[in-house]
Design a protein around this ligand. Structure first.
Ligand SMILES: Cc1cc2nc3c(=O)[nH]c(=O)nc-3n(C[C@H](O)[C@H](O)[C@H](O)COP(=O)(O)O)c2cc1C
Length: 330
C-alpha cells in the first residue's frame, strides 16, 4: 500500500458525493493512499439538533477517530441556512470527533435549493456570512470551519462577495467547485475563476482548494496552473480511476481494469457483509458507470450486469470476470 500523502506539493481532498461516497467507498478509495482529507456527504440541517446516531450513520468513522481504516481524516459536511441550528449541529459534529466541519454552499439539487439550501445561498452572501459566523462561534477555535461553494448560482457576479462573506465570517478554507449552479456538471470547469477567489483569500492567509473536472494527472497539473492554487479536491475522477490520488501524489501507475474490478468486487462483498444486499447491485452498477470513463471494459461489464437484480447474481457475474478473459466480467 502506498500511503505517502501529496504534501508538500499540495493536499488532495476526496470530495463529498451524496449517494455515492459513503464510508465503504471512502475506505476503498483512500486505502491506496494519496488523500489528505475526506469530506462526508452532506447532513441536512433544518430546525433541530440532530441525534448522534444521525451523525454516526453518515460518518461511521466517528467511531474510529474520524479516520478511514487507512488513516485518512474525515470531516463532516452540513447543509442548511439557519445559523442557530447549523451552529448547534456543527458543535455536535465536532464533539463527536469530526476534525472541524465543512458547510455546503454548492448543492444544485432543486429540492434542496427550493428550501434555501446549497447553491441558492450564493445569491445571499449575507446568509453565508451569518451561517459561517454562527458555526465559527459554536465550534472550538482549534477546529477548522471550512466551506465549499460554486462560482455562483446563475452567474459569477457575486463570486467575490461570497468569498468575502466566508472570509469575514472566519472560514479556515474554501473549496471552489469551478462552475455555477446553472453550469451543473457540464464541462468545462472554469479553473481560472478560482484564481480570483484565491487572490482575495490570500490576503487573509486562507487556503483555497480547486475542484472540478480533474480526471488525470494532466488535468491536475492544468487545474493547478490555471487556478494558481496547490490543493485540489477530486470527486468523480477518483471513482473513474480509483487510484487517481496515488497516481498524482506518488506517481503510482494507473490501476489496470483487473485491479479496478477487484475493488468493485470488494465493494460488493462489503455491502453483503454489512447486510446491504438489496442495495448492492445498484451500487455496483453505479460505480461501473463512473469507471467507464477510464476503462472501456467497465462498459462491457455494465452491459452484462445491467439486468442483474440480486446480490448473489451480481457476485457470481463479477467473479467470472476475474479469470481470463479479463476484458469482460461475464
Ligand atoms: C453524485 C454527486 C453527489 C454530490 N454530493 C455532494 C455533497 O454531498 N456535498 C458537496 O459539497 N458536493 C457534492 N457533490 C459535488 C462534488 O463534491 C464535486 O464538487 C463535483 O462533483 C465536481 O468535482 P469533480 O469534477 O471532481 O467530480 C456531488 C457531486 C456528485 C456528482
Amino acid at each position: 500500500m502506498t500511503t505517502r500523502s501529496s504534501e508538500p506539493g499540495g493536499r488532495l481532498l476526496l470530495a463529498p458525493m451524496e449517494g455515492v461516497m459513503d464510508a465503504t467507498m471512502r475506505d476503498l478509495i483512500t486505502r491506496n493512499g494519496g488523500f489528505d482529507l475526506c469530506v462526508t456527504e452532506f447532513l441536512r440541517v433544518v430546525d433541530e439538533l440532530l441525534p448522534p446516531r444521525v451523525f454516526h450513520r453518515l460518518c461511521p468513522e466517528l467511531h474510529a477517530g474520524a479516520r478511514t481504516p487507512a488513516g485518512t481524516p474525515v470531516r463532516l459536511q452540513l447543509l442548511g441556512n439557519n445559523p442557530e441550528t447549523m451552529a448547534v449541529n456543527a458543535a455536535r459534529a465536532v464533539e463527536l470527533g469530526s476534525p472541524g466541519v465543512d458547510i455546503n454552499f454548492g448543492c444544485p439539487a432543486r429540492t434542496v435549493n427550493k428550501s434555501r439550501g446549497g447553491a441558492i445561498l450564493l445569491t445571499e452572501p449575507e446568509t453565508l456570512y451569518r451561517v459561517v459566523s454562527a458555526v465559527r462561534a459554536a465550534v472550538p477555535a482549534a477546529q477548522p470551519v471550512t466551506a465549499k461553494m460554486r462560482l455562483g448560482f446563475e452567474d459569477r457576479a457575486r463570486l467575490l462577495d461570497n468569498t468575502w462573506a466566508l472570509l469575514d465570517a472566519g472560514a479556515a478554507e474554501i473549496v471552489v467547485h469551478a462552475r455555477t449552479k446553472v453550469d451543473g456538471y457540464r464541462p468545462p470547469a472554469y479553473w481560472d475563476e478560482i484564481a480570483r477567489v484565491a487572490e482575495v483569500a490570500r490576503k487573509r492567509g486562507v487556503p483555497v482548494v480547486a475542484n472540478g473536472e480533474v480526471w488525470s494527472r494532466a488535468d491536475y497539473d492544468r487545474c493547478r496552473a490555471a487556478s494558481g492554487v496547490t490543493d485540489v479536491m477530486l470527486g468523480r475522477g477518483a471513482l473513474a480511476l480509483p487510484n487517481l490520488a496515488a497516481v498524482i501524489a506518488c506517481g503510482q501507475p494507473p490501476w489496470t481494469w483487473e485491479q479496478a474490478l477487484a475493488a468493485v468486487m470488494q465493494l460488493g462483498a462489503t455491502d453483503i457483509a454489512a447486510g446491504r444486499e438489496r442495495y448492492m447491485p445498484s451500487r455496483i452498477k453505479q460505480w461501473l458507470k463512473y469507471l467507464e470513463r477510464a476503462y472501456p471494459e467497465a462498459r462491457i461489464c455494465f452491459e452484462q450486469v445491467k439486468r442483474v437484480r440480486t446480490a448473489a447474481e451480481m457476485q457470481a457475474a463479477l467473479r467470472k470476470g476475474v479469470s481470463p478473459p479479463m476484458a469482460a466480467c461475464l
